[in-house]
Design a protein around this ligand. Structure first.
Ligand code: ECB
Length: 135
C-alpha cells in the first residue's frame, strides 16, 4: 500500500506556478494574487473515496472522487473548465488525468522525505509544489 497522503499540509514552495497559470489562461491580476497565497491542503479518505481540499485566503478548491472511476470535474474558482478526470495509483503516486479543452493536463501527488509533493501540468508547463505536514 502507498504511504497515506491523508492529513493537513501547508505549502512550502512552488516552482513555475506562473507558467502553469498562463497555460490555463489565467489573467495577470489573478496570477499576481495567486502567486502570493499560502495554500493549505486537506486530504481525506474513506475507503476508495477521497476528498482533496485546497484552501487559501483568496479562493478554495474542493473535489472528491473514487480511485479508478472517471468523474466530471469543474475547476470552479481556478480556470473554470469542465474536465473528464480520472485518478489512479501508479506505484506510490496518485495520478490524475484531466481530459478536456487543455492538452496534456493533470497532476500527481506523492510523499517523499515526509513531505507531500505535487506536480501540476498543462500543455508544456509543469508546476512543482512541496507541502509540509501540519496535522
Ligand atoms: C485554491 C487555492 C489557489 C487559488 C488560486 C486562484 C486562482 C488561480 C487560478 C488558477 C490557478 C491554478 C492553480 C492554482 C494552484 C493550485 C490550486 C489547486 C491545484 C489543484 O488542482 O490541485 C489538485 C491536487 O491537489 C487538486 O485539485
Amino acid at each position: 500500500m502507498p504511504t497515506s497522503l491523508c492529513g493537513k499540509w501547508e505549502l512550502l514552495s512552488s516552482i513555475n506556478l506562473e507558467g502553469y497559470m498562463i497555460a490555463l489562461g489565467i489573467g495577470s491580476s489573478t496570477r499576481k494574487i495567486a502567486l502570493k497565497l499560502k495554500q493549505h491542503k486537506l486530504i481525506e479518505q474513506a475507503n476508495d473515496k477521497y476528498v482533496i481540499k485546497t484552501f487559501s485566503t483568496f479562493r478554495n478548491y474542493v473535489f472528491s472522487f473514487r480511485v479508478d472511476e472517471e468523474f466530471d470535474e469543474f475547476t470552479k474558482g481556478l480556470d473554470e473548465r469542465h474536465c473528464k478526470s480520472v485518478v489512479t495509483w501508479e506505484e506510490n503516486r496518485m495520478v490524475c488525468i484531466q481530459k478536456g479543452e487543455k492538452k496534456n493536463r493533470g497532476w500527481a501527488h506523492w510523499i517523499e522525505d515526509n513531505k507531500l509533493h505535487l506536480e501540476l501540468y498543462c500543455e508544456d508547463q509543469t508546476c512543482k509544489q512541496v507541502f509540509k505536514r501540519v496535522a
